[in-house]
Design a protein around this ligand. Structure first.
Ligand code: ZN
Length: 231
Protein backbone atom coordinates (compact mmCIF):
# COMPACT_ATOMS: atom_id res chain seq x y z
CA UNK A 1 0.00 0.00 0.00
CA UNK A 2 1.26 3.46 -0.88
CA UNK A 3 -0.30 6.58 0.55
CA UNK A 4 0.54 10.00 -0.87
CA UNK A 5 -0.40 13.25 0.84
CA UNK A 6 -1.64 15.79 -1.69
CA UNK A 7 -1.81 18.59 0.88
CA UNK A 8 -4.65 19.57 3.25
CA UNK A 9 -6.88 16.47 3.76
CA UNK A 10 -6.35 15.02 0.28
CA UNK A 11 -4.69 11.61 0.01
CA UNK A 12 -4.20 9.12 -2.76
CA UNK A 13 -3.96 5.52 -1.62
CA UNK A 14 -2.75 2.94 -4.12
CA UNK A 15 -3.42 -0.60 -2.94
CA UNK A 16 -1.29 -3.66 -3.62
CA UNK A 17 -3.82 -4.57 -6.35
CA UNK A 18 -3.30 -1.13 -7.91
CA UNK A 19 -6.65 0.34 -6.95
CA UNK A 20 -6.37 4.15 -6.79
CA UNK A 21 -8.42 5.62 -3.97
CA UNK A 22 -8.71 9.38 -3.49
CA UNK A 23 -9.98 10.93 -0.29
CA UNK A 24 -11.15 14.57 -0.25
CA UNK A 25 -9.57 15.52 -3.61
CA UNK A 26 -9.10 19.26 -3.10
CA UNK A 27 -6.37 19.70 -5.70
CA UNK A 28 -6.62 22.54 -8.25
CA UNK A 29 -7.47 25.24 -5.68
CA UNK A 30 -5.27 23.73 -2.97
CA UNK A 31 -2.18 25.95 -2.55
CA UNK A 32 -0.19 23.03 -1.10
CA UNK A 33 -1.12 20.44 -3.74
CA UNK A 34 2.00 19.62 -5.76
CA UNK A 35 0.33 17.93 -8.74
CA UNK A 36 -2.24 18.54 -11.43
CA UNK A 37 -5.36 16.49 -12.11
CA UNK A 38 -3.55 14.85 -15.06
CA UNK A 39 -1.19 13.13 -12.61
CA UNK A 40 -4.03 11.66 -10.56
CA UNK A 41 -6.09 8.55 -11.21
CA UNK A 42 -9.33 8.05 -9.30
CA UNK A 43 -10.91 4.59 -9.28
CA UNK A 44 -12.67 5.35 -5.99
CA UNK A 45 -13.33 8.79 -4.44
CA UNK A 46 -14.40 9.15 -0.80
CA UNK A 47 -15.71 12.58 0.24
CA UNK A 48 -15.95 13.46 3.94
CA UNK A 49 -18.18 16.53 3.53
CA UNK A 50 -19.31 19.26 1.18
CA UNK A 51 -16.90 22.05 2.13
CA UNK A 52 -14.95 23.09 -0.94
CA UNK A 53 -11.57 22.28 0.65
CA UNK A 54 -12.69 18.62 0.80
CA UNK A 55 -15.20 18.18 -2.04
CA UNK A 56 -12.66 19.89 -4.28
CA UNK A 57 -12.32 18.36 -7.74
CA UNK A 58 -14.61 15.39 -7.09
CA UNK A 59 -16.99 16.24 -9.95
CA UNK A 60 -14.27 16.70 -12.58
CA UNK A 61 -12.38 13.57 -11.56
CA UNK A 62 -15.49 11.40 -11.34
CA UNK A 63 -16.62 12.57 -14.78
CA UNK A 64 -13.21 11.97 -16.32
CA UNK A 65 -12.37 8.62 -14.70
CA UNK A 66 -15.86 7.18 -14.15
CA UNK A 67 -14.86 6.88 -10.49
CA UNK A 68 -16.94 5.16 -7.87
CA UNK A 69 -17.86 8.05 -5.56
CA UNK A 70 -18.67 7.23 -1.94
CA UNK A 71 -20.27 9.88 0.26
CA UNK A 72 -23.19 10.63 2.53
CA UNK A 73 -26.71 10.28 1.10
CA UNK A 74 -27.36 14.02 0.67
CA UNK A 75 -24.09 14.63 -1.18
CA UNK A 76 -24.85 11.62 -3.39
CA UNK A 77 -28.16 13.24 -4.31
CA UNK A 78 -26.34 16.43 -5.31
CA UNK A 79 -23.87 14.41 -7.41
CA UNK A 80 -26.69 12.53 -9.10
CA UNK A 81 -28.18 15.90 -10.13
CA UNK A 82 -24.81 16.51 -11.84
CA UNK A 83 -25.08 13.12 -13.65
CA UNK A 84 -22.52 11.43 -11.43
CA UNK A 85 -23.56 8.06 -10.08
CA UNK A 86 -22.59 8.04 -6.42
CA UNK A 87 -22.84 5.47 -3.65
CA UNK A 88 -24.77 7.27 -0.93
CA UNK A 89 -24.49 5.89 2.59
CA UNK A 90 -24.68 6.96 6.20
CA UNK A 91 -23.04 6.57 9.62
CA UNK A 92 -22.19 3.05 10.67
CA UNK A 93 -22.79 1.58 7.23
CA UNK A 94 -20.24 -0.33 5.15
CA UNK A 95 -20.07 -0.71 1.39
CA UNK A 96 -17.93 -3.24 -0.43
CA UNK A 97 -16.61 -2.20 -3.80
CA UNK A 98 -13.62 -3.00 -5.99
CA UNK A 99 -12.23 -5.39 -3.36
CA UNK A 100 -12.21 -2.90 -0.47
CA UNK A 101 -14.65 -2.19 2.37
CA UNK A 102 -15.54 1.39 3.26
CA UNK A 103 -17.26 2.18 6.56
CA UNK A 104 -18.67 5.62 7.29
CA UNK A 105 -18.07 6.84 10.84
CA UNK A 106 -18.94 9.99 12.77
CA UNK A 107 -16.97 13.18 12.71
CA UNK A 108 -17.58 16.21 14.85
CA UNK A 109 -17.84 19.01 12.28
CA UNK A 110 -20.35 20.85 10.07
CA UNK A 111 -21.15 20.45 6.41
CA UNK A 112 -22.64 22.43 3.59
CA UNK A 113 -21.92 22.76 -0.11
CA UNK A 114 -20.19 26.09 0.44
CA UNK A 115 -19.08 26.41 -3.18
CA UNK A 116 -22.70 26.82 -4.32
CA UNK A 117 -24.44 30.18 -4.24
CA UNK A 118 -27.39 29.05 -2.16
CA UNK A 119 -27.22 27.33 1.21
CA UNK A 120 -27.23 23.57 0.67
CA UNK A 121 -26.55 21.57 3.85
CA UNK A 122 -25.28 18.48 1.98
CA UNK A 123 -25.78 16.12 4.93
CA UNK A 124 -23.41 15.56 7.84
CA UNK A 125 -19.65 15.46 7.76
CA UNK A 126 -18.08 12.04 8.32
CA UNK A 127 -14.91 10.01 8.55
CA UNK A 128 -14.07 6.68 6.90
CA UNK A 129 -12.50 3.37 7.79
CA UNK A 130 -11.03 1.86 4.64
CA UNK A 131 -10.28 -1.85 4.77
CA UNK A 132 -7.96 -2.69 1.89
CA UNK A 133 -7.78 -6.03 0.04
CA UNK A 134 -5.17 -7.38 2.47
CA UNK A 135 -7.20 -6.42 5.56
CA UNK A 136 -5.20 -3.31 6.46
CA UNK A 137 -7.46 -0.65 7.96
CA UNK A 138 -6.90 3.07 7.45
CA UNK A 139 -8.93 5.70 9.32
CA UNK A 140 -9.41 9.11 7.67
CA UNK A 141 -11.18 11.19 10.31
CA UNK A 142 -12.31 14.00 7.99
CA UNK A 143 -12.49 17.37 9.67
CA UNK A 144 -13.25 16.80 13.32
CA UNK A 145 -12.86 17.82 16.89
CA UNK A 146 -11.93 15.07 19.30
CA UNK A 147 -14.91 12.90 20.29
CA UNK A 148 -15.47 9.86 22.48
CA UNK A 149 -16.24 7.39 19.66
CA UNK A 150 -12.53 7.40 18.86
CA UNK A 151 -11.79 5.35 21.97
CA UNK A 152 -14.87 3.16 21.80
CA UNK A 153 -16.49 2.66 18.42
CA UNK A 154 -13.51 3.39 16.19
CA UNK A 155 -10.82 1.71 18.32
CA UNK A 156 -12.83 -1.17 19.78
CA UNK A 157 -14.90 -2.14 16.75
CA UNK A 158 -12.85 -1.16 13.70
CA UNK A 159 -9.28 -1.29 15.08
CA UNK A 160 -7.51 0.80 12.44
CA UNK A 161 -3.77 0.36 11.96
CA UNK A 162 -3.10 3.82 10.51
CA UNK A 163 -4.89 7.12 11.13
CA UNK A 164 -4.98 10.34 9.12
CA UNK A 165 -5.81 13.07 11.64
CA UNK A 166 -6.16 16.87 11.42
CA UNK A 167 -3.90 18.99 13.61
CA UNK A 168 -4.55 22.47 12.19
CA UNK A 169 -6.80 23.74 15.03
CA UNK A 170 -9.49 26.43 14.56
CA UNK A 171 -11.67 24.29 12.22
CA UNK A 172 -10.61 20.92 13.67
CA UNK A 173 -8.76 19.62 16.68
CA UNK A 174 -5.29 21.02 17.26
CA UNK A 175 -2.11 19.16 18.21
CA UNK A 176 -2.92 18.67 21.96
CA UNK A 177 -6.31 17.12 21.21
CA UNK A 178 -4.92 15.11 18.28
CA UNK A 179 -2.26 13.66 20.60
CA UNK A 180 -5.00 12.46 22.96
CA UNK A 181 -6.94 11.09 19.98
CA UNK A 182 -3.90 9.04 18.94
CA UNK A 183 -3.79 7.48 22.42
CA UNK A 184 -7.50 6.74 22.33
CA UNK A 185 -7.34 5.22 18.85
CA UNK A 186 -4.31 3.09 19.77
CA UNK A 187 -3.10 3.11 16.17
CA UNK A 188 0.40 2.13 15.06
CA UNK A 189 0.95 4.91 12.53
CA UNK A 190 -0.39 8.48 12.31
CA UNK A 191 -0.09 10.91 9.42
CA UNK A 192 -1.09 14.48 10.35
CA UNK A 193 -3.19 16.50 7.89
CA UNK A 194 -5.24 19.72 7.56
CA UNK A 195 -2.39 22.06 8.58
CA UNK A 196 -0.16 24.66 6.87
CA UNK A 197 -2.43 24.91 3.80
CA UNK A 198 -3.43 28.40 4.91
CA UNK A 199 -1.93 30.77 7.54
CA UNK A 200 -4.87 30.24 9.95
CA UNK A 201 -4.03 26.55 10.34
CA UNK A 202 -0.27 26.87 10.67
CA UNK A 203 1.23 24.19 12.93
CA UNK A 204 4.54 22.50 13.68
CA UNK A 205 4.19 18.84 12.65
CA UNK A 206 7.67 17.93 13.92
CA UNK A 207 6.70 19.19 17.39
CA UNK A 208 3.55 17.08 17.16
CA UNK A 209 5.65 14.06 16.19
CA UNK A 210 7.99 14.43 19.18
CA UNK A 211 5.07 14.97 21.54
CA UNK A 212 3.04 11.97 20.31
CA UNK A 213 5.96 9.55 20.04
CA UNK A 214 7.11 10.36 23.59
CA UNK A 215 3.69 9.72 25.08
CA UNK A 216 2.05 6.99 22.94
CA UNK A 217 3.22 3.88 21.11
CA UNK A 218 2.38 5.36 17.72
CA UNK A 219 4.83 6.36 15.01
CA UNK A 220 4.08 9.76 13.44
CA UNK A 221 4.90 10.02 9.75
CA UNK A 222 5.20 13.67 8.69
CA UNK A 223 4.87 13.91 4.92
CA UNK A 224 5.57 16.82 2.64
CA UNK A 225 2.81 17.38 0.07
CA UNK A 226 3.52 14.93 -2.76
CA UNK A 227 5.48 12.59 -0.52
CA UNK A 228 4.51 8.92 -0.16
CA UNK A 229 4.46 6.54 2.80
CA UNK A 230 4.60 2.88 1.95
CA UNK A 231 4.18 -0.35 3.89
ZN1 ZN B 1 -14.86 21.39 6.73
Amino acid sequence: MRITWLGHSAFQIVTDKDLHILIDPFLTENPSCPCSLDQIQADVICITHGHNDHFGDSLELARRDGSLVICIHELAKYLECQDIEAVGMNMGGTVEANGIRVTMVNSNHSSDLDFLEGMDPGGSSCGYILELEDGMKIYHSGDTGIFGDMKTVIRDIYRPHLALLPIGDRFTMGPPEAKIAVGWLDVDVVIPMHYNTFPVIEQDPQGFKVDVESSTGAKVVVLEPGETYQE
